[in-house]
Design a protein around this ligand. Structure first.
Ligand SMILES: Cc1cc2nc3c(=O)[nH]c(=O)nc-3n(C[C@H](O)[C@H](O)[C@H](O)COP(=O)(O)OP(=O)(O)OC[C@H]3O[C@@H](n4cnc5c(N)ncnc54)[C@H](O)[C@@H]3O)c2cc1C
Length: 425
């Protein structure tokens, strides 16, 4: 992405955005459209687009652009908008710290160590993958064990095939996408092993990446040992009982030269933590208002750093809102405060944003704990609507309009997803 000349970097910006992934780029557009004059986006990478740069498959932008784009094309669309909006971009630069007065410390290859004051800050640092260490798989430590995202980078950006006979632990979207990619690149994928009784990725990815390529998906199954000295030679896999305890007497060995680990993403929240922003213990990202403002005045957050999204389209929508909130805060045109707190109830793991108002329309993103079909989504006893199905691997996106809440005058509103008969009983 274009870099600033050292003398063009201002000492004060209306809005500083940390991260130039899809979240940061959309936030920059939102901030400019809300009236912020000077907006800076900082990223540690050389190119904008975040993780989308390595996602060369189709399927991005169906909701937002009503077109099927690759990850890099989706990022390019937003980068063009950012450039049209005259936003300053600072690549190859790492944000070390944001202090409570919104002074941002940046370590940059070209500009050295710089401090920039901001009227508002948007945190858009994305997420990172959980590794083998996060679940402590017993066995040796040979080469050939890596996260699915790292394998995606090797194949799609560096042009290397990580192995020829691959096992995949976990059925997150990145693992599913990589199962198909590796088969297309000439490797054999021997199986995907998922601890839970359901797949963790989108249904469309299970069908298009596994079923269409005859790759077996073993549910309620996990890897219990890794074997090999220099290079991985095989894994032992075993079914698990209802308490997720491996049934070792039913275990079997699978020969492989590569194990991809696809066991979920964790919001990158170090900056939020050091700023003392309140975090949601379930999502592990910041608690946010309907404008995506955190518990720290003038600090906003969006994208995977708040909660893990499965579609980038929702990242853009949410982040444009965060940018607009930050832009408005910086120029002193804030909206009225929220008056409804959303509480996750039956079968609801998380709700984002955490608060809304009865005055405006909102998009609320939910994650459920178990699959139900058909079901009913209930906001307390003031609003309900039918849903065809819910599964834990797919985020539920709901528009909440002011007329749905016209009989509610503020306070706590518990959100439930229950089987259809139970709701009508
Ligand atoms: C490995 C991986 C593969 C994925 N593959 C797919 C896929 O195939 N399909 C799909 O739909 N979704 C995929 N996703 C989900 C995808 O992450 C989201 O849809 C979307 O990219 C999230 O956007 P974001 O901007 O929040 O985060 P990101 O895209 O992760 O962008 C965050 C940006 O912040 C920058 N950053 C972080 N910390 C700092 C700092 N301190 N200073 C400066 N810059 C910083 C990073 O360099 C990065 O550019 C994948 C995610 C991961 C992690």
């Amino acid at each position: 992405m274009p870099d600033l000349r050292p003398w063009d970097l201002r000492s004060r910006y209306d809005v500083v955005i940390v991260g130039a992934g899809p979240a940061g780029l959309a936030a920059a557009v939102g901030a400019r459209e809300a009236g912020a004059e000077h907006v800076l986006v900082v990223d540690r990478e050389h190119e904008a687009g975040g993780i989308l740069q390595q996602c060369i498959h189709h399927g991005f932008g169906l909701h937002h652009f009503k077109e099927e784009l690759t990850g890099p094309s989706y990022a390019q669309r937003y980068l063009e908008q950012v450039l049209e909006h005259d936003v300053d971009l600072l690549p190859d630069s790492y944000v070390l710290d944001v202090d409570p007065s919104r002074r941002v410390s940046i370590l940059s290859g070209r500009h050295g160590l710089r401090e920039v004051d901001a009227g508002a800050v948007v945190l858009a640092m994305g997420a990172r993958e959980r590794t083998r260490e996060a679940i402590r798989i017993p066995g040796s430590r040979p080469s050939g064990v890596m996260t699915a995202g790292f394998a995606q980078k090797l194949v799609n950006l560096a042009g290397y095939l990580p192995g020829k006979r691959v096992a995949i632990l976990g059925s997150g979207d990145i693992g599913l996408i990589m199962a198909r990619r590796l088969v297309l690149e000439g490797a054999e994928v021997v199986g995907v092993y998922e601890l839970m009784p359901h797949a963790n990725g989108l249904t469309r990815n299970v069908v298009q990446c596994l079923h269409d390529f005859d790759i077996p998906l073993h549910l309620s199954t996990t890897v219990v040992r890794i074997h090999g000295s220099e290079r991985i030679e095989k894994v032992t896999v075993a079914p698990v009982d209802e308490q997720f305890r491996p049934k070792l007497d039913e275990a079997w060995d699978v020969d492989c030269d590569t194990l991809l680990v696809s066991i979920g993403l964790i919001p990158d929240n170090e900056l939020a933590r050091s700023l003392g922003v309140r975090l949601d213990p379930v999502t592990t990202g910041p608690i946010v208002t309907s404008r995506m403002e955190t518990s720290r005045d003038g600090v906003f957050a969006c994208g995977n750093t708040v909660h893990i999204h499965d579609l980038v389209d929702w990242v853009s929508q949410e982040s444009q809102l965060a940018g607009a909130g930050a832009g408005a805060a910086a120029v002193g045109t804030r909206a009225s405060p929220d008056n409804v707190r959303l509480i996750p109830g039956t079968n609801v793991r998380s709700c984002v944003p955490h608060t809304i108002t009865t005055e405006r329309e909102h998009t609320v993103y939910l994650r459920v704990t178990t699959s139900i079909a058909p079901c009913t989504l209930r906001f307390g006893d003031v609003y309900e609507r039918p849903l065809r199905y819910v599964v834990p691997g797919e985020m539920v996106t709901v528009k909440v309009r002011p007329r749905f809440l016209q009989d509610f005058h503020g306070g706590n509103l518990t959100v439930h997803v229950v089987p259809r008969e139970e709701a009508t009983a």
